[in-house]
Design a protein around this ligand. Structure first.
Ligand code: AMP
Length: 472
């Protein structure tokens, strides 16, 4: 089995003195490979091949070294969300049951420990590169398993479209627990390019980010629309030499109009974790309509229009190379989302994205939104059901509903929760949630009610709740 380590190692052999990364200092490919080999020996001594290795670190360079080291030792990685509270991390660790936890104590310096839980043995992990947890609608986050084959296919597709070549640079700054960080950490190393590691506070402070862009003039810089919105509200003059990869949530025409004129190329990238980083890409010109564009090489997208009444509107189905293997130890959920469907290429395995789209005459897809409780808030994928489950675990709460408010105005969007409870307060419920959910999932407001409004059919009247929110 060919792994990400094999590809990067071959690249390092071809041009060992080329710059692989610029972080606190510069690293050549030769130096990078030496760090990888050192950590890999430690992992290999302490874990069997195919065992899951949790990564608990912020630095994308340390992340890249740890992923490659684990791959060299035959182990998949589980990047942990460093912003999550203890209880949330404990649940994920208890579900995934990794054999080792690797922490970065400094750039490219590591500490390897054994976790509290007994490791889980799983044959399904043999060909897996990484497992990433995403929000789960029933309360428990689910681990998406991505194979080396899917990862390599996606990275080689991204190298062609939107494109990255030897000698170029790409910014790495996204947290390891978002799958788009895999493109930042690994894509440059597969093509002989270099990863430019942004300072840790660049993720939070647009001024630091802008300074970093001005100093390094990267060829590619990738971030979510939410992040670009923060950057464009400041005194940014643009990045004329950079190609911007914008994705993870809907790109609005207003943001595209701001970004397209001040960069070399603006790309709208779309894709769920389950289809490995990105699945489609559209080059967006200054006055272009916003579409999701076309599938990346070796990937296909079609619409499930059955029962829709409109042959050009439906759920996006993704298929071809680049699909994840499914969810770790969740065979039922896997077979619900990864299933066989009729496609223009015959009946084949697809991933049902849950995203709705409309097909334009030129074949490109226009994103319409979702029908379920999955939302994107400031770039984070969140199942409202996960928040509701956490709220309903509170001993005083008998029922909870979480809603995304102001979704039309992404800069002001926030979550409001409505709970039925007698002896508790907004402050107390929020405090209780703080220990159980990552900050990205925490509602801005919690309304404590005696009862929830109902529709004539007896269901919770979400429209009425949303209306209450607007009035208050
Ligand atoms: P994640 O698994 O965190 O990458 O989230 C995937 C979901 O984010 C998709 O299923 C879409 O709902 C949404 N998404 C990602 N990229 C885009 C985009 N360019 N436009 C609209 N929605 C997007």
């Amino acid at each position: 089995m060919r792994t990400i380590w094999d590809v990067v190692h071959e690249q390092a052999r071809r041009d060992p003195e080329a710059t692989a990364a610029v972080a606190e200092r510069r690293y050549s490919y030769r130096q990078l490979v030496r760090h990888v080999a050192g950590l890999s020996e430690v992992i290999g001594r302490r874990a069997d091949r195919g065992s899951l290795v949790a990564l608990d670190m912020d630095s994308p360079l340390s992340g890249a070294v740890a992923i490659l080291a684990a791959a060299r030792a035959g182990c998949p990685v589980l990047p942990l969300n460093r912003q999550s509270p203890q209880e949330h991390r404990r649940r994920i660790l208890a579900d995934a049951r990794p054999s080792l936890v690797v922490r970065a104590t400094a750039e490219c310096a590591f500490e390897v420990t054994e976790p509290e839980h007994a490791p889980g043995v799983d044959d399904a992990l043999g060909d897996v590169a990484y497992v990433l947890y995403t929000s789960g609608s029933t309360g428990a986050p689910k681990g998406v398993m991505v194979s080396h084959a899917a990862l390599l296919d996606r990275l080689s597709g991204l190298a062609r479209t939107p494109g990255l070549s030897a000698g170029e640079s790409m910014v790495a700054m996204t947290s390891l627990s978002f799958d788009i960080s895999m493109a930042e950490m690994l894509l440059p190393l597969t093509v002989g390019a270099r990863l430019l590691v942004a300072p840790a506070d660049a993720r939070l402070d647009p001024d630091v980010f802008v300074d970093f862009l001005d100093t390094h003039a990267p060829d590619v810089v990738q971030a979510t629309p939410s992040f670009w919105r923060l950057v464009t509200t400041g005194t940014w003059n643009g990045a004329a030499g950079s190609r911007i990869w914008c994705g993870g949530e809907a790109l609005t025409p207003a943001l595209a109009r701001q970004l397209a004129p001040v960069c070399k190329e603006l790309w709208n990238l779309y894709g769920p974790t389950e289809a490995t980083i990105w699945a489609t890409a559209a080059l967006i010109g200054v006055d272009d309509p916003i579409t999701l564009g076309s599938p990346l090489p070796d990937t296909f997208a079609c619409l499930d229009t059955e029962g829709q009444g409109d042959p050009d509107e439906g759920e996006i189905l993704l298929y071809g190379a680049g699909l994840a293997k499914g969810y770790l130890r969740r065979s039922q959920l896997t077979s619900e989302r990864f299933c066989h469907r009729r496609t223009p290429h015959g009946r084949t395995l697809v991933y049902r994205t849950g995203d709705r789209a409309r097909r334009h005459a030129d074949g490109s897809l226009v994103f319409l939104g979702r029908d379920d409780g999955q939302i994107k808030l400031h770039g984070h994928r969140i199942e409202l059901g996960e928040i509701e489950s956490a709220l309903e675990e509170h001993p005083e709460v008998s029922q909870a509903v979480a809603l995304l408010c102001d979704s039309e105005r992404p800069d002001r969007a926030s979550i409001t929760a409505f709970v039925v409870a007698e002896r508790t307060s907004e402050a107390e419920v929020k405090e209780w949630l703080r220990d159980r959910l990552p900050p990205s999932h925490t509602p801005t407001r919690v309304a404590v009610l005696a009862a929830l409004p109902r529709t004539a059919a007896g269901k919770v009247d979400r429209m009425a709740l949303a209306g209450q929110e607007i009035v208050s």
